[in-house]
Design a protein around this ligand. Structure first.
Ligand SMILES: *Cc1c(COP(=O)(O)O)cnc(C)c1O
Length: 456
C-alpha cells in the first residue's frame, strides 16, 4: 500500500510540511507518520496503528501522552489566565510559583529562573548573559564559548555553533569563538591501555592546554551536558567532571550544565549534575520540564551568577533580553504539575526501579555480533553498531544499518532513533518492566532481520 497518494494525511503532509531533522530519502519513500493521539507510552497514527514510543517523543513526554492530571492542569489554567508575558516586571502568579519550585528542586541553595520557549533559546540566553557579565566587569574580550565534540546545545545561530556536529557546516557554522574540547567517550577515544581515569585526566589536561592556547581571559564559559544526548547517549568517563572542574575554577570560567535531557530524573537522579557531581554555576532545563505538553525552557541561575548578573543588569538598568511567550502561565501550570507528579506519582522512583531491567536489556543487545558498545544510565541508553567488535571499525555508512533498524522497528510498532551508527532509547518514565521486555524483544528481532537483509 502506498500511503502517500490521493488526499491522505500523508499526501497532505508531503505537500504542506517542511520537515527538519528528517532523512528526506526515507520520507519520500515511506511517507510521514501522521499521528492523532496517544495513550500511556503509545502513540496512534491516522490509520489507528499504535507505536510504542521508546524515545518519549523527543526525550520529553516522560509521563506518557494522555496524563489526566497534566491535561487538567493546563485546562484549569486556561480557564483562569491563559497567557501573559514576563517583561516590564509583570508576571503570572503561576510562573512565580513555578520559579520557587524550580529553585527548591535545584542543587542551588538559592537562585533565580529565567524563562524561554525552548532549550536552544535557554542556552542562547546564557551566552548573552555571560557576554554582558564579562563586558560589564571590564573584560569585554571574554567571549569565547567552550563546548565539546558531539555536544548538542540547540539550533539557533549561537547554539548550533556550540553543537559539535558536522552537519552545522551546512550553515557555515560554528561562528568564530565557539571552540570544541574533547568528547568524554572512553570506549571510542581512549588510547590503548589507558584506564578510564587516565583518560579523564588526559582530557582535563587537554582542556587546560586549550584554555591557555586560546587565552584564559578570552573564555566566557563552558557548557556541558552531564550525559551527551544527541551525540549518541554518552555518559561522562569516570572522574571526568572531577578532573575538569578545578581547571575551570582556576581560570574563572563559569560552567553551565545543559540539563535539557538529564534534568528532572532521566538519569535516576533529579539532575545529571547531582548524579555526576558537576557543580555547575547555572542549569539549563527544557525538554521534560512540562512533560512535553507545552514549549518551555528555563535557565536556573545559581547564587554567584545570579548575584553577578543582577548587579550588572542594575548598572545597565535592565537585562535587555526576552521572549514574548517566555514564562507563559499555561506552561508554568503544566510544569508545576509535571514536577509534582515526578515525586507524588512515583515517576522518579519508577526510573530507579526499572532502570536495571532497561540496562540489562541494552547489555543483552550488546551481545550481538555487530554491537560494539551498550551504554546508558537511568532510562537513557544506546547500542553502538560496528563492523568489528575488536577494532571498533564502524559499519559501512552506505548500508544505513541503524536507519534500517529504526525503519523496520517502526513497521513493527516501535519508535526508536538511529543516531549515527547507534540506536538510541529513552523511554517514558512510566514504562513498566513488561513493556521494557517487549521493547527489547522487538529490537532483537528487528536487528536480526536487518543484518540478514544487508547480508551480514
Ligand atoms: C534538545 C536539546 C536542546 C535544544 O532544545 P530545543 O528545545 O530543541 O531548542 C539543547 N540541549 C540539549 C542537551 C538538548 O537535548
Amino acid at each position: 500500500m502506498n500511503k502517500h497518494v490521493g488526499n491522505s494525511w500523508e499526501q497532505r503532509d508531503m505537500e504542506s510540511v517542511f520537515h527538519g531533522f528528517t532523512d528526506l530519502e526515507t520520507l519520500n519513500k515511506n511517507g510521514p507518520v501522521v499521528l492523532t493521539h496517544g495513550e500511556g507510552i503509545h502513540v496512534f497514527d491516522v490509520h489507528g496503528k499504535s507505536y510504542m514510543d521508546a524515545n518519549s517523543g523527543l526525550w520529553n513526554n516522560v509521563a506518557g501522552f494522555n496524563h489526566p492530571g497534566l491535561i487538567e492542569a493546563i485546562c484549569e489554567q486556561a480557564r483562569r489566565f491563559p497567557g501573559y508575558h514576563a517583561f516590564f516586571g509583570r508576571v503570572a502568579d503561576t510562573t512565580v510559583a513555578l520559579s520557587e519550585k524550580l529553585v527548591k528542586l535545584s542543587p542551588f541553595e538559592r537562585g533565580k529562573v529565567y524563562y524561554t520557549n525552548s532549550g536552544s533559546e535557554a542556552n542562547d540566553t546564557v551566552v548573552k548573559m555571560l557576554w554582558m557579565l564579562h563586558r560589564r566587569n571590564g573584560q569585554p574580550q571574554r567571549r569565547k564559548i567552550i563546548t565539546r565534540v558531539n555536544a548538542y546545545h540547540g539550533v539557533t545561530v549561537a547554539t548550533a555553533s556550540m553543537t559539535g556536529k558536522a552537519y552545522n557546516a551546512e550553515f557555515g557554522l560554528p561562528l568564530p569563538g565557539f571552540i570544541h574540547a574533547d568528547c568524554p567517550h572512553y570506549w571510542r577515544f581512549a588510547k590503548p591501555g589507558e584506564s578510564e581515569l587516565e583518560f579523564s585526566q588526559r582530557l582535563a589536561r587537554n582542556l587546560e592546554e586549550l584554555i591557555i592556547k586560546e587565552g584564559a581571559d578570552t573564555i566566557a564559559g563552558m557548557f556541558c551536558e552531564p550525559v551527551q544526548g544527541a551525540g549518541g547517549v554518552i555518559p561522562p568517563s569516570e572522574g571526568y567532571f572531577q578532573a575538569i572542574r578545578p581547571i575551570l575554577r582556576k581560570y574563572g570560567i563559569p560552567l553551565i550544565a545543559d540539563e535539557v535531557i538529564t534534568g528532572f530524573g532521566r538519569t535516576g537522579e533529579m539532575w545529571g549534575s547531582v548524579k555526576y557531581d558537576v557543580q555547575p554555576d547555572a542549569i539549563v532545563a527544557s525538554k521534560c520540564i512540562t512533560a512535553g505538553y507545552f514549549p518551555m525552557g528555563a535557565v536556573i541561575l545559581g547564587p554567584d551568577l545570579c548575584d553577578a548578573l543582577t548587579r550588572v543588569s542594575e548598572e545597565a538598568e535592565e537585562f535587555p533580553h526576552g521572549f514574548t511567550a517566555g514564562g507563559n502561565p499555561l506552561g508554568s501550570a503544566v510544569a508545576l504539575k509535571a514536577l509534582d507528579i515526578l515525586e507524588t506519582e512515583g515517576l522518579l522512583e519508577n526510573v530507579r526501579r526499572v532502570s536495571p531491567r532497561f540496562l540489562a536489556g541494552l547489555n543483552s543487545l550488546a551481545e550481538h555480533k555487530y554491537a560494539g558498545e551498550a551504554r546508558g544510565v537511568g532510562l537513557m541508553g544506546a547500542v553502538e553498531l560496528v563492523a568489528d567488535k575488536k577494532t571498533k571499525a564502524p559499519l559501512d555508512g552506505k548500508l544505513q544499518v541503524s536507519e534500517r533498524i529504526a525503519n523496520k522497528a517502526l513497521q513493527k510498532g516501535l519508535i526508536c532513533r538511529p543516531l549515527g551508527q547507534a540506536i538510541v532509547l529513552g523511554p517514558p518514565f512510566i514504562i513498566t518492566e513488561a513493556q521494557i521486555d517487549e521493547m527489547f524483544d522487538i529490537l532483537r528481532e528487528t536487528m536480526a532481520e536487518v543484518f540478514a537483509d544487508v547480508g551480514l
